[in-house]
Design a protein around this ligand. Sequence first.
Ligand SMILES: C[S@@+](CC[C@H](N)C(=O)[O-])C[C@H]1O[C@@H](n2cnc3c(N)ncnc32)[C@H](O)[C@@H]1O
Length: 446
Amino acid sequence: MEPKDPELLDKIRQQFDSAPYPRIPLEQSPKEDYQSLYIHNLVTPYYLRNQKVISTEGKVILDAGCGSGYKSLVLAEANPGARIVGIDISEESVKLAQQRLEYHGFTNCEFHVLKIEDLPKLGLEFDYVNADEVLYLLPDIVAGLKAMQAVLKPAGIIRSNLHCAFQRADYFRAQKMFELIGLMDESPNEVAIELARETLKSLKDAVLVKQQTQNQRMDSNEGMVANCLLVGDKGFTIPDLFNALRMADLEFISMVNWRYWELTDLFKSMDDLPAFLAIGLAEASTQEKLYLYELLHPINRLLDFWCGHPKVAQPLTEISTWTDTDWHHVQVHLHPQVGQEKAREQLVECLNTHRPFVISQYVQLPALTSINLESIQAASLLPLWDGPQPFSVLVDRWQKIQPFHPLTLEPTTHVIAFKQMKALLIGIEAFLYAFLEHSPEKSQEF
Ligand SMILES: C[S@@+](CC[C@H](N)C(=O)[O-])C[C@H]1O[C@@H](n2cnc3c(N)ncnc32)[C@H](O)[C@@H]1O
């Protein structure tokens, strides 16, 4: 489909040809960028949707609007054995992306100059589509989502995001103001950036557009262009997002940073709400709860979401409702990032020095504070670094590690060990440090 405004597309292309985004040095590795690795790991949304753990081997991943390829590199690092395909309208960006993956030794990848709207022309289908920081630039987000939907495998997942209209209102005002005074007629060059900076400097500090847009990011040209002067930038609300998904025949799965959309975090006490509100919240849909959060507390710059074809999700059972028999069929996996060798070494060191193990350091996103495990609790999980384990193996190990109650010296029976291990795993699954697969069979593949 042709964009409604070819001139705008050209302006956007020029903007990113002259300043490919992000401007991260080619040699910079994301191996320890745990937050990015977590977001780009397709095991996470697949588990959120299906309570199943998949292998990334052989999966085909699209980075739509790949820019200079840093996220494509993160996708390659986070999903071992996957093939990475990147597309972008900016030829300069595509060249850089290709070079970046080559530099880091990834050969199972290809990059093309192509519009998202033209994705079906590629003739490929994907297990995962990452369209980061690009959807809000498209003239028609539904057309973009439809194009991605058309190349998504039946069980595939799309991750994309829109700018939040409320959180980013100050930048939208600044963009309109710079448009009005003629600084956004062309794609922003050094002169326009400098003029914009001087304009803001000339304002009194108390003037709201200056007060609310001036921060450290604006010291760099990239920060100015990505915020105050971003051509094609637009803001959206939760209802806009859900309407667009419906029109593109896509189903919402989850927010990517779901831990920062928790409505219950905003109230002093959930037990003390006005009755009409408590009843309303109990009956509210996911869309309504997210919208309420956005209206009450728009702290998230992005409406960053996972979605997929409708009616693919397998019915999930609340872990808290599992019976003891269910638990006998649970296979416990570590999140791939917690399962890395470096974390095992750290855990062994904690055991030897009797220090708590900071499990949250490897999966940073959903934890608001750091989450520590007592070293003996963490010791009970050690076999998980050799691979997934049946729940019963961990229970037996826990019983050996903690044979007596430390206070009463009563023996730890199997029943007690079962209960304690269950509590530990429910606690760490809530942050997705571990995955609990409720099935005696091997996990199903896409
Ligand atoms: C802000 S950058 C984001 C780059 C990368 N996804 C990231 O998050 O690091 C937006 C990118 O989207 C590309 N882009 C904009 N409109 C596009 C379209 N219709 N089709 C494909 N790429 C597009 C731009 O050229 C630019 O490289």
